[in-house]
Design a protein around this ligand. Sequence first.
Ligand code: ATP
Ligand code: MG
Length: 414
Amino acid sequence: MNQPQQTASLPALLPTATPPTWLGVMGGGQLGRMFAHAAQSMGYKVAVLEPAADCPAGDVAERLITAGYTDPAALAALSALCAAVTTEFENVPADSMALLAQASFVAPSAACVSIAQDRVAEKRFFVDCAAASGVMPAPHQVIASAADIAAIPDALLPGILKTVRMGYDGKGQVRVNSRADVQAAFAAMNGVTCLLEKMLPLAYEVSVLTARGADGASVVYPIAENVHRDGILFTTTVPGPNVDAACACRAQDAARAIVARLGYVGVLCIEFFVLDDGSLVVNEMAPRPHNSGHYTIDACVTSQFAQQVRAMARLPLGDCRQHSPAVMLNILGDLWFDGAAGENSEGGDGGDADSAREPAWDRLLALPGACLHLYGKDDARRGRKMGHATFVAPTLADAQAQLRAACAILGIAP
Ligand code: ATP
Ligand code: MG
C-alpha cells in the first residue's frame, strides 16, 4: 500500500493512489475537514492525526488517530494505513513529515514545509528566487539581540515586528515606530527571534493559489483580492475589483516560478501586497489549501481541496477555471454573541452581553447564490473561524451586493 518517497528524478515511477485507498492528513481543523469532504467524494478514505479528540476533521474522517504530532507510534500507524499523507496546517513538525515520508508519499515535503514555517528561511527563499519570480519580499532584518536592534537602519521604520515562527492571523505581530518600540516589543515576546519588516504602503492585498503535481505539472488559480480586519481575513473577492490584468499576470507568473523553484508538490498559496505605486511584493506562503481559496469550492471547476487530493494521489491536476464571480466572507465566533456583530435569527432578544445564540442562517441562505460552510465547532469564541459563506453570482456586482445583504443580515459592518 505504501509508496516510495517522492524524488524529483523519479516522478514517472510513482503509481497513482487509487480509491478506495486511504489518504492521511496531519491536523484536524476545518481545512482537514474540507479536505476530507473532497477526498471522500472521490472515493478515498481519510485518516486524521490530531491531538484533540473532538475536532472538525475528526468528525468526518473514517479514522481519527488521537495523538501528538510527533508521536512515533501514531505516525507509524498513519503511514502504514495511508498511501499518501498531507498536512492542513503549516506548523506541523517538519521532522514528522520527514518520518512519514520514509513509508508513505508525503506532499508537501518536509523541506518545503520547513521553509514556509520560518519567516527568515521564507524571506531568504523569496530573495533567492527573485530573479526568476520577478518579485521581492518587504525590506526586513532579523532581530535576535540588542545589537540587532541598535543596527536597525532608519529605512526599516516604521515597521512590523513579527515572530519568526508560529505566527498566524496577525498573532505574534507588533507595529513599531522606533528602536525603543522594537526593544519593548522584542522584550514582550520574551526575546524569541523576530523579523522586522518595513511597513509598506499597501493599496490592496492579493493571493495566488497554485498546485503542482509530482510530475512537475502545475496549475494556477485566478488571482484573489483579500481584505483583512483585525489581522484576520475578512473577505476574498475573485475577480478582485482592484486587480488589473497586468498585475494578475505578474502575480501568477511569480507563483509559477516559486512553486517550480521549490519543487513543490500539492496546493500552495502565496500572499502578495500591491503597493500604492502598483508594484508587487511577495509576503508569505502557506504550504496547504488557504482561507483565501475557499471560494474555489463553489466557484471553480476543481476546488483547492480536490486539487490537493489529486496532487497527493498523483492524479492529473484539475481545471482551475472559475465559472462564477465570487465573494467569500469568513464567519467568526463573534456572530454568536450580543454586543458585537450578531443579529438574533428570531427577532433579537437584546439579552445578556455575552449570551451565545445562532446567527440567522435561514435569512442568509435566502440570498441568491449563497453557499454556507460551517465547520462543526460547538464552541463559538470571538475571533474563532466558525465557517465561511461564499456568494456566487452571474456578475461581480451581484456577488458584492449579496455580500452587503449578508453583512446586513448578520450585523457585520460591510
Ligand atoms: P496569516 O497567517 O493570517 O496570513 P500572519 O499572521 O502570518 O497572517 P502576515 O500575513 O505576515 O501575518 O501579516 C498579516 C497582515 O498584516 C497582512 O495581511 C497585511 O495586512 C499586514 N502586513 C503584514 N506585513 C506588512 C508590511 N510589511 N507592511 C504593511 N502591512 C503588512
Ligand atoms: Mg498572511
